[in-house]
Design a protein around this ligand. Structure first.
Ligand code: DQA
Length: 137
């Protein structure tokens, strides 16, 4: 089982970014926990603050990996390009969010990703990623 976690803009700041919303754990720390929890899953992680790089990574892995776990962060609410990339690939994509975006500002209630996603998991903190991995097993 080969899974790719793709994180969008500002998620490189997890641990110090708005800890009351996103927690105080860095993604690198959490990723190590995930690798220990799922030793039989070939897990990779990619982060970019650049829309085109996120689209490129979805295209690169989207015809060969077993799953993509995508937190497009702020681009979730703006990017037709990332939404189209999710629809274009054959690998199933699970959309994840750390926070419950529906409890937050109105602009976060819209997702350009969801229509092409296999499923959506949000609001469980970093555990959203864990639940997404489990959904592929
Ligand atoms: C987020 C929610 C988005 O609205 C926000 O722009 C993010 C993170 C989340 O994981 O809760 O950067 O995707």
């Amino acid at each position: 089982m080969k899974l790719m976690i793709i994180n969008g803009p500002n998620l490189n700041l997890l641990g110090k970014r708005e800890p009351e919303v996103y927690g105080s754990t860095t993604f690198e720390e959490y990723f190590q926990e995930l690798q220990q929890k799922f030793p039989n899953v070939d897990l990779e992680h990619f982060q970019s603050n650049i829309e085109g790089e996120l689209i490129g990574k979805i295209q690169d892995v989207g015809f060969s990996y077993d799953g993509i776990i995508l937190n497009a962060a702020a681009y979730t609410h703006t990017s037709v390009g990332i939404g189209d990339a999710v629809k274009a690939v054959s690998t199933p994509v699970i959309e994840v969010h750390i926070s419950n975006t529906h409890k937050r500002e109105d602009f976060r209630h819209v997702s350009y990703i969801s229509a092409g996603a296999k499923g959506v998991i949000l609001g469980f903190g970093l555990q959203s990623y864990d639940l997404a991995i489990t959904s592929f097993l």
